[in-house]
Design a protein around this ligand. Structure first.
Ligand code: DGL
Length: 280
């Protein structure tokens, strides 16, 4: 009993390759306002989306070990690329409940779709892994799925160019293959893309020729975290929540970008060096 209440008080651990995962953290904070959050953004090694699966797994395991060492009660992998490559093997055989963004996102897309083809936008790593395709086909094996790698979106969002003409042009290039596809739902399969929701909704409708539902996994993940904590009896009793935000590089430089993802005032970011014992 003692142990159970101590665990309920523990924070929810959340990590991403950088600060984009704060879109997921914000959705969790909105759905579970009493929970403490403990966030890690690996800003020293972002982006993960263009790296090999082996490298992504190595980085992700470090991130999880850091969160575990701070006694988190669950881990949310708020990074599509890590969720795509590594979800199974991150906790060293431990029992820490771990949840990724792919399955909730795929299910949310199937719920939003009117039965037509679904398109997934993601990093090159996420697209190459076929993780969204497989998650959709687990539930709807015959559904047509288009996957498009959009590597330029991450730097454009980090630059704050969400509504810039260049971003609009890049979006038109990436989405051009969807002309005539009849796609009715688009998954924002990367933590950064929720900030492009408006642009992508416009461009998708223009190219496909009708309204396209835009789905990001953040809200769906928050709902699954709630379920997971309920199931495990780990929901924290009501009370003011305290959040901590860690980055692995340059907290003074990335606070403004972080606050755009978090959707609030400039964040106070703490620094941690995960590879200081040698050999990144
Ligand atoms: N967080 C990554 C993702 O959701 C995007 C940024 C990166 O490439 O590391 O896939």
């Amino acid at each position: 009993m003692q142990h159970r209440s101590a665990s309920s008080e523990a924070p929810i651990g959340i990590f991403d390759s950088g600060l984009g995962g704060l879109t997921v953290a914000a959705a969790i904070a909105a759905a579970l306002p009493d929970e403490h959050l403990f966030y890690l953004g690996d800003t020293a090694r972002v982006p993960y989306g263009t790296r090999s699966p082996a490298t992504v797994v190595r980085y992700a395991r470090k991130n999880v070990a850091f969160l575990a060492s701070h006694g988190v009660k669950a881990v949310v992998v708020a990074c599509n690329t890590v969720s795509a490559h590594a979800l199974g093997g991150l906790t060293d055989g431990g029992t820490l409940p771990t949840l990724g963004v792919i399955r909730p996102g795929a299910r949310a897309a199937l719920a939003a779709s009117r039965g037509g083809p679904i398109a997934v936008l993601g990093t090159p790593g996420t697209v190459r892994s076929d993780a969204y395709l497989n998650a959709i086909h687990e539930v709807a094996p015959r559904r047509t799925v288009y996957q498009i790698a959009c590597p330029l979106f991450v730097p454009l969002v980090e630059e704050g160019w969400e509504r810039h003409p260049v971003t609009l042009q890049v979006a038109r290039e990436y989405l051009a293959p969807l002309a005539g596809s009849g796609v009715d739902t688009l998954i924002l399969g990367c933590t950064h893309y929720p900030l492009l929701r408006g642009v992508l909704e416009e461009v998708a409708a223009e190219i496909v020729g009708e309204h396209v539902a835009i789905v990001d996994s953040a809200t769906a993940v928050a709902a699954e975290v709630l379920e997971l904590l309920d199931r495990a009896g780990l929901r924290r009793a009501a009370g003011p929540a305290r959040h901590r935000f860690f980055v692995t590089d340059a907290p003074e430089r990335v606070g403004e970008v972080g606050s755009r993802f978090w959707g609030g005032p400039a964040l106070s970011l703490e620094h941690v060096d995960l590879f200081d014992e040698g050999g990144a």
